[in-house]
Design a binder for this molecule. Structure first.
Ligand SMILES: NC(=O)c1ccc[n+]([C@@H]2O[C@H](COP(=O)([O-])OP(=O)(O)OC[C@H]3O[C@@H](n4cnc5c(N)ncnc54)[C@H](OP(=O)(O)O)[C@@H]3O)[C@@H](O)[C@H]2O)c1
Length: 257
């Protein structure tokens, strides 16, 4: 019963594909009205139709927005309130990873872009949602971080730094925004989406899965089900936390045995 979002509205960035699209579908199935945001209108339109079809609902809203553009945050939140009447749940899911290599060699444009999309965007969206709705009406913010934010990596250090900072932002805002607003993060391991294709294509996915105690890669539903738990009343005593969903990978890699 508590795993419901009836009469709730949810704004999901990066909702046109992958994890964000499944979160939108799962939230719609749980009774929420959803708004998805990403950069390409045609993909959004198609995704909204598929979310409606998969969830058996009508009226998935979509809007073009780039979370790396500071002016986008207020526009997106205002449009969500205009069309849906509220922004009860904000899912900061969109992210980018334009640079692969040692952090010591990163160039300024790609450093700036990674921080703008993965860190500044979630902050500005949370500020806009807080100021225009959640401060007076309550709400839930979910930040999609990564297990990468909890470790080091030879080539993903810049991306991982933003995911680590997103965990800290989650803790900080969790402390600041109670009791009305809860702020939590999810840290996925490897999930088979376009974003992570280079990490699982060919034999690589099977190798990673083999290192996970649960012996499989993540599905988008694994992440969406946890997001529903954290967004719903079932998660009502949880704030400032990050939930690792990685088939046990992190504990296995840290194991001395
Ligand atoms: N897949 C994994 O293994 C994995 C592991 C750990 C964490 N994560 C995290 O999970 C989240 C979702 O990743 P995913 O794997 O589902 O990726 P995905 O399948 O590539 O989807 C990314 C979504 O974000 C949108 N997007 C990208 N840049 C954007 C921007 N600047 N402004 C607005 N929307 C933007 C994309 O649409 P457009 O490109 O059309 O804008 C798309 O809807 C990310 O935060 C990622 O870091 C993923």
């Amino acid at each position: 019963m508590e795993l419901r979002l009836d009469e709730r509205t949810a704004l999901i960035t990066g909702g046109s594909r992958g994890i964000g699209k499944q979160i939108a579908t799962t939230f719609a199935e749980a009774g929420a009205q959803v708004m998805i945001v990403s950069r390409k209108a045609e993909v959004l339109e198609q995704a909204a139709a598929e979310i409606d079809a998969a969830s058996g609902t009508k009226g998935c809203q979509w809007m073009v927005g780039n979370t790396g553009h500071p002016e986008s945050a207020e526009l997106v939140v205002a449009e969500t309130i205009e069309r849906l009447g509220a922004v009860d749940v904000l899912v900061n899911n969109a992210a980018t990873n334009p640079y692969a290599g040692p952090m010591i060699d990163v160039d300024l444009p790609r450093w700036d872009k990674t921080i703008a999309v993965n860190l500044t965007g979630p902050l500005l969206l949370t500020q806009a949602a807080w100021r225009s709705w959640m401060k007076d009406n309550g709400g839930v913010v979910l930040n999609i971080s990564s297990v990468g934010g909890l470790s080091t990596n030879a080539v993903l250090g810049v991306y991982d730094l933003t995911k680590s900072a997103l965990i800290h932002m989650t803790q900080q805002l969790g402390a600041e925004l109670g009791p009305g607003v809860r702020v939590n993060a999810i840290c996925p391991g490897l999930v088979k989406t376009d974003f992570a294709r280079l990490l699982w294509e060919g034999d690589r996915g099977a190798e990673v899965a083999d290192g996970y105690p649960l012996k499989r890669l993540g599905e988008v539903t694994d992440i969406a089900n946890a997001a529903l738990y954290l967004a719903s009343e079932a998660g009502s005593w949880i704030t400032g936390q990050h939930l690792v969903l990685d088939g046990g990978g992190l504990v296995a890699f840290n194991s001395l045995g």
